[in-house]
Design a binder for this molecule. Sequence first.
Ligand code: HEC
Length: 140
Amino acid sequence: MKSTVIVYICCLCLLAFSCDSRPKQNPKYTPATSATDSVINSGGKVAVENYREGARMIAANDCFTCHRVEEKTIGPSYREVAARYHFNDGNVENLAHSIMYGAKGLWGEREMTPHPGLEKRDAMEMARYILSLDTTNKAN
Ligand code: HEC
């Protein structure tokens, strides 16, 4: 009888332990997903599916060290960038160029560091996501 109780207690302990540890087993997938979702959500009325990949890469890179979607920080807000440039192929190229090679003097005195590790097509996806944030309804 005594041993049954001990086994029972052990099972309870095991159960408590496994329940407690389970949520911690996959922690690395959660932040990546929620970072992308928060980028997309803060983007407001975005055609999410088309630009999700660009948003994901922005969240995965160092961009948010210096940029926010809504407020100017070290760099211009992405909303401001979208308001300044029309969403067309030429501007996607130009912004991708700035992202890859850095920029200075276009928005102020602060400098954007180059991102030499980025593929051009990835930089262009990021540029498309940023340009999709325009809410000024200027004619594209
Ligand atoms: C070290 C800070 C810093 C980081 C990191 C950074 N930026 Fe910038 N970014 C800036 C600054 C400052 C400017 C304004 C530069 C200027 O005045 O020419 C800028 C400008 C821009 C522009 C506008 C360029 C133009 O041609 O008008 C875009 C688009 C942009 N950044 C996207 C990004 C993306 C995407 C990333 C991540 C891959 C990134 N930035 C990372 C600081 C940064």
